[in-house]
Design a protein around this ligand. Structure first.
Ligand SMILES: *Cc1c(COP(=O)(O)O)cnc(C)c1O
Length: 362
């Protein structure tokens, strides 16, 4: 008997109508004409040898933005997280991170498979935890306890609701971690969403982080690329892992040019995505069967339990009307705004979702 593939990739089903509003993820944005033009004009060289001027320019800019001494270009955010863990941790070490974080749920067990590290999942509302929770998770230094070496935070916290760690909480948690001898890491996949939403600079947010990275393939709209930042010594060690994992690149300036373009053109406009997320949440609140979480940035989560529909069933119904959303858990739906979705698209999506719930009719 042939069973369904366990590692099924997402596939487009051609029997379905064309997508009208894609709220599935901010990873699905397409490079704009201006971005492609910047890519075409990029000066390039061999990145692995340090000869790509566009990659160098991007790394310099990111180091300055985050207030770190050095930076490194990588193909993906997952590789930034995994390389950071490989540098910070030895096999058997324990990482403290929120139980819903990307390194726990979405990286294929990478910390265990690659660094041999275990993750202790901390609890807390909206994907965040406070200093008391972190301190409560610290183990006595005993021979039979795993050495705890790293605290990781996500800014914004994706599964937490696209929520923004307030600067005082972030500073308190991370500086307390340093006080007890832990290193600190920030998964900044959507760091610029947090910066724009909170009006706090990336440098301030990253001040107490030993490593921090930004993804260019989320709301910033680039086709690939992430930049990992830290001290000279950290990036030096990270280069060894980049090489070992096959993350060293060649004429990567073509992609780095897209990232530079994104920093120039696609950061301030994240405010529009946040406004669209608020509008979507307002629209969905008109549907009493749905429990809508308060969006802080570009992610809108809602619970379908009151409608009698599972998250998958609702996603399937709206897909037939050309609206894409993603599901996380049995009853939780995520709708994500980004640069390829406008206010009209969000209004249409709210209507389609509302109708789908109405037709379920409980
Ligand atoms: C998307 C994401 C990642 C991984 O980034 P990729 O570039 O897709 O590998 C890591 N952390 C968070 C919070 C994310 O949303």
């Amino acid at each position: 008997m042939i069973s369904a593939p366990v590692y099924a990739p997402a596939r487009s089903d051609r029997s379905l109508p064309a997508v009208r509003v894609n709220l599935y993820s901010d990873t699905q944005t397409r490079p704009s004409a201006g971005m492609k033009d910047a890519m075409m004009r990029a000066e390039v060289g061999d990145e692995q040898s340090g000869d790509d001027p566009t990659v160098d320019a991007l790394c310099d800019r990111m180091a300055a933005l985050t207030g770190k001494a050095a930076a490194m270009f990588l193909p993906s955010g997952t590789m930034c997280n995994q390389i950071s863990i490989l540098v910070h941790c030895r096999p058997g070490d324990e990482i403290l991170a929120h139980e819903s974080s990307h390194i726990v749920a979405n990286e294929g067990g990478g910390p265990g498979a690659l660094a041999g590290a275990v993750v202790l999942g901390l609890r807390g509302a909206r994907g965040m935890f406070d200093t008391a929770t972190m301190r409560g998770a610290l183990r006595e230094k005993r021979r039979n306890a795993p050495p705890q070496t790293l605290v990781a935070v996500e800014q914004t916290a994706n599964a937490g609701g696209g929520s923004v760690w307030p600067l005082d909480l972030l500073t308190d948690v991370l500086s307390s971690a340093h006080e007890v001898g832990l290193r600190t890491h920030m998964d900044g996949a959507r760091l610029m969403n947090a910066v724009v939403a909170a009006g706090v600079t990336a440098r301030e947010m990253a001040e107490h982080c030993d490593s921090v990275w930004l993804d260019f393939t989320k709301g910033l709209g680039a086709p690939l690329g992430a930049v990992l930042c830290g001290s000279e010594a950290f990036i030096d060690e990270a280069w060894r892992w980049k090489q070992r994992l096959g993350g060293s690149l060649r004429q990567a300036g073509i992609c780095a040019a897209a990232c530079l373009y994104a920093l120039d053109h696609n950061v301030d406009r994240l405010a529009a995505d946040h406004a669209n997320a608020l509008a979507l949440a307002r629209g969905l609140r008109q549907v009493p069967e749905l429990a809508v979480e308060d969006p802080e940035t570009n992610l809108v989560f809602f619970d379908t339990r009151g409608s009698g529909l599972t998250a998958d069933a609702l996603a399937e119904r709206v897909r037939r009307e050309g609206v894409l959303v993603s599901t996380v858990g049995a009853y939780r739906v995520r709708a994500c705004t980004h640069l390829d979705v406008d206010a009209a698209g969000v209004a249409l999506a709210a209507q389609v979702i509302s109708r789908a719930v109405g037709e379920a009719g409980v």
